[in-house]
Design a protein. Structure first.
Length: 190
Protein backbone atom coordinates (compact mmCIF):
# COMPACT_ATOMS: atom_id res chain seq x y z
CA UNK A 1 0.00 0.00 0.00
CA UNK A 2 -0.40 2.23 -1.80
CA UNK A 3 -0.55 0.13 -4.95
CA UNK A 4 0.94 2.73 -7.29
CA UNK A 5 4.19 3.10 -5.34
CA UNK A 6 4.70 -0.65 -5.00
CA UNK A 7 4.44 -1.70 -8.64
CA UNK A 8 6.30 -1.04 -11.90
CA UNK A 9 3.31 -0.23 -14.12
CA UNK A 10 0.62 1.95 -12.63
CA UNK A 11 -1.64 4.94 -12.84
CA UNK A 12 -2.78 7.30 -10.10
CA UNK A 13 -5.90 9.39 -10.64
CA UNK A 14 -7.22 12.54 -8.98
CA UNK A 15 -10.90 12.27 -8.10
CA UNK A 16 -11.24 15.65 -6.41
CA UNK A 17 -12.80 18.81 -7.76
CA UNK A 18 -14.42 21.55 -5.74
CA UNK A 19 -15.26 22.02 -2.10
CA UNK A 20 -15.60 18.93 0.11
CA UNK A 21 -18.57 20.49 1.89
CA UNK A 22 -20.83 20.15 -1.17
CA UNK A 23 -22.89 17.29 -2.56
CA UNK A 24 -21.50 18.13 -6.01
CA UNK A 25 -17.97 17.32 -4.80
CA UNK A 26 -18.95 13.77 -3.81
CA UNK A 27 -20.98 13.24 -6.99
CA UNK A 28 -17.91 14.20 -9.03
CA UNK A 29 -15.68 11.84 -7.01
CA UNK A 30 -18.06 8.95 -7.76
CA UNK A 31 -18.45 9.95 -11.41
CA UNK A 32 -14.69 10.05 -12.00
CA UNK A 33 -14.07 6.72 -10.26
CA UNK A 34 -16.93 5.12 -12.19
CA UNK A 35 -15.79 6.24 -15.65
CA UNK A 36 -12.27 4.98 -14.94
CA UNK A 37 -13.69 1.64 -13.74
CA UNK A 38 -15.80 1.33 -16.90
CA UNK A 39 -12.70 1.87 -19.04
CA UNK A 40 -10.69 -0.73 -17.12
CA UNK A 41 -13.45 -3.36 -16.80
CA UNK A 42 -15.90 -4.58 -19.40
CA UNK A 43 -19.24 -5.84 -18.10
CA UNK A 44 -18.36 -9.49 -18.81
CA UNK A 45 -14.84 -9.47 -17.32
CA UNK A 46 -14.13 -12.03 -14.64
CA UNK A 47 -13.22 -10.20 -11.48
CA UNK A 48 -12.07 -10.89 -7.96
CA UNK A 49 -13.60 -8.44 -5.54
CA UNK A 50 -11.32 -8.40 -2.51
CA UNK A 51 -12.50 -6.88 0.77
CA UNK A 52 -9.84 -6.39 3.43
CA UNK A 53 -10.79 -5.32 6.94
CA UNK A 54 -8.48 -4.42 9.79
CA UNK A 55 -10.31 -4.24 13.08
CA UNK A 56 -9.26 -3.09 16.49
CA UNK A 57 -11.41 -5.83 18.00
CA UNK A 58 -11.44 -9.15 16.14
CA UNK A 59 -14.63 -10.18 14.44
CA UNK A 60 -15.09 -11.67 11.01
CA UNK A 61 -16.40 -9.92 7.92
CA UNK A 62 -20.16 -10.41 7.91
CA UNK A 63 -22.02 -11.63 4.87
CA UNK A 64 -24.50 -8.75 5.30
CA UNK A 65 -21.85 -6.01 5.05
CA UNK A 66 -22.37 -3.00 2.76
CA UNK A 67 -19.93 -4.15 0.05
CA UNK A 68 -21.53 -7.58 -0.32
CA UNK A 69 -24.97 -5.94 -0.58
CA UNK A 70 -23.66 -4.24 -3.74
CA UNK A 71 -23.22 -7.61 -5.49
CA UNK A 72 -26.25 -8.83 -7.41
CA UNK A 73 -27.51 -12.24 -6.22
CA UNK A 74 -24.48 -13.01 -4.08
CA UNK A 75 -24.57 -16.43 -2.45
CA UNK A 76 -22.64 -17.34 0.71
CA UNK A 77 -20.89 -20.16 -1.17
CA UNK A 78 -19.28 -17.59 -3.50
CA UNK A 79 -17.34 -15.89 -0.69
CA UNK A 80 -13.93 -17.17 0.41
CA UNK A 81 -12.84 -15.91 3.84
CA UNK A 82 -9.35 -15.89 5.33
CA UNK A 83 -7.37 -14.27 8.11
CA UNK A 84 -4.02 -12.80 7.13
CA UNK A 85 -1.20 -11.62 9.34
CA UNK A 86 1.28 -8.92 8.48
CA UNK A 87 -0.15 -7.82 5.12
CA UNK A 88 1.22 -4.32 5.66
CA UNK A 89 2.98 -4.37 9.02
CA UNK A 90 4.31 -7.22 11.16
CA UNK A 91 1.84 -8.18 13.85
CA UNK A 92 -1.23 -6.72 12.16
CA UNK A 93 -4.22 -9.00 11.58
CA UNK A 94 -6.62 -8.66 8.69
CA UNK A 95 -9.83 -10.35 7.68
CA UNK A 96 -10.02 -10.93 3.94
CA UNK A 97 -13.01 -11.91 1.81
CA UNK A 98 -12.72 -12.72 -1.90
CA UNK A 99 -15.57 -13.13 -4.36
CA UNK A 100 -15.10 -14.27 -7.97
CA UNK A 101 -17.77 -12.88 -10.29
CA UNK A 102 -18.34 -10.90 -13.46
CA UNK A 103 -18.12 -7.13 -13.16
CA UNK A 104 -21.72 -6.60 -14.32
CA UNK A 105 -22.91 -7.99 -10.96
CA UNK A 106 -21.18 -5.22 -8.99
CA UNK A 107 -22.87 -1.91 -8.16
CA UNK A 108 -19.46 -0.25 -8.26
CA UNK A 109 -20.93 3.30 -8.17
CA UNK A 110 -22.40 2.60 -4.72
CA UNK A 111 -19.10 1.16 -3.49
CA UNK A 112 -17.22 4.23 -4.79
CA UNK A 113 -19.74 6.55 -3.13
CA UNK A 114 -19.22 4.76 0.20
CA UNK A 115 -15.42 4.90 -0.13
CA UNK A 116 -15.65 8.60 -0.95
CA UNK A 117 -17.68 9.20 2.21
CA UNK A 118 -15.38 7.17 4.49
CA UNK A 119 -13.56 10.19 5.95
CA UNK A 120 -16.68 12.36 6.16
CA UNK A 121 -19.09 11.35 8.88
CA UNK A 122 -22.10 11.69 8.92
CA UNK A 123 -22.24 11.19 5.10
CA UNK A 124 -23.81 7.88 4.19
CA UNK A 125 -23.26 5.27 2.96
CA UNK A 126 -19.76 4.66 4.30
CA UNK A 127 -17.58 1.53 4.24
CA UNK A 128 -16.27 2.34 7.71
CA UNK A 129 -18.94 3.13 10.24
CA UNK A 130 -16.63 2.98 13.24
CA UNK A 131 -13.16 4.08 14.24
CA UNK A 132 -12.25 0.48 15.10
CA UNK A 133 -12.45 -0.72 11.48
CA UNK A 134 -10.60 0.11 8.29
CA UNK A 135 -11.84 -1.47 5.06
CA UNK A 136 -10.25 -1.59 1.61
CA UNK A 137 -11.85 -2.84 -1.61
CA UNK A 138 -9.79 -4.08 -4.56
CA UNK A 139 -11.13 -5.00 -7.98
CA UNK A 140 -8.87 -7.53 -9.72
CA UNK A 141 -9.52 -7.92 -13.45
CA UNK A 142 -8.48 -11.48 -14.24
CA UNK A 143 -8.48 -11.12 -18.05
CA UNK A 144 -6.59 -7.83 -18.20
CA UNK A 145 -4.35 -8.63 -15.23
CA UNK A 146 -4.91 -5.34 -13.49
CA UNK A 147 -5.99 -4.15 -10.06
CA UNK A 148 -8.03 -1.04 -9.28
CA UNK A 149 -8.33 0.43 -5.81
CA UNK A 150 -10.06 3.67 -4.84
CA UNK A 151 -8.31 4.58 -1.61
CA UNK A 152 -10.58 7.48 -0.57
CA UNK A 153 -12.26 10.58 -2.01
CA UNK A 154 -8.91 11.90 -3.24
CA UNK A 155 -8.00 9.22 -5.73
CA UNK A 156 -7.58 5.75 -7.06
CA UNK A 157 -4.72 3.56 -8.28
CA UNK A 158 -4.60 1.06 -11.11
CA UNK A 159 -1.68 -1.32 -11.59
CA UNK A 160 -1.13 -3.95 -14.26
CA UNK A 161 1.38 -6.63 -15.18
CA UNK A 162 2.01 -4.89 -18.52
CA UNK A 163 2.08 -1.15 -19.20
CA UNK A 164 0.33 -1.68 -22.56
CA UNK A 165 -2.72 -2.82 -20.63
CA UNK A 166 -2.79 0.62 -19.03
CA UNK A 167 -2.14 2.68 -22.18
CA UNK A 168 -5.78 3.10 -23.27
CA UNK A 169 -6.81 4.05 -19.71
CA UNK A 170 -3.90 6.52 -19.53
CA UNK A 171 -4.82 8.10 -22.88
CA UNK A 172 -8.57 8.25 -22.27
CA UNK A 173 -8.35 9.71 -18.75
CA UNK A 174 -5.10 11.66 -19.03
CA UNK A 175 -6.79 14.80 -17.73
CA UNK A 176 -7.45 12.99 -14.41
CA UNK A 177 -3.86 11.84 -13.79
CA UNK A 178 -2.71 13.04 -10.37
CA UNK A 179 -0.36 16.00 -10.94
CA UNK A 180 1.99 14.96 -8.14
CA UNK A 181 2.84 11.70 -9.97
CA UNK A 182 2.40 12.88 -13.58
CA UNK A 183 6.11 12.85 -14.51
CA UNK A 184 6.55 9.30 -13.27
CA UNK A 185 3.38 8.14 -15.04
CA UNK A 186 4.19 9.93 -18.33
CA UNK A 187 7.67 8.34 -18.45
CA UNK A 188 6.09 4.88 -18.52
CA UNK A 189 4.48 5.66 -21.88
CA UNK A 190 7.31 7.51 -23.69
Amino acid sequence: MPLFYNWNHGLRFDLQEGDTSTDEYFKEVTRRASIIFQTAFSRSDNVYLVLIDWKYKRRKIRFGNFTFKQINKLRKAEVYYSKEKGLYYPGDDYDVAVVKLTSDRISFENIFTAIGHSDFPPRQPRLDNSRSSNKEVYFVNIERKLILQMYDDRGLDIIATDKETLRSIYERHNDLILRYDRDRIDKQFE
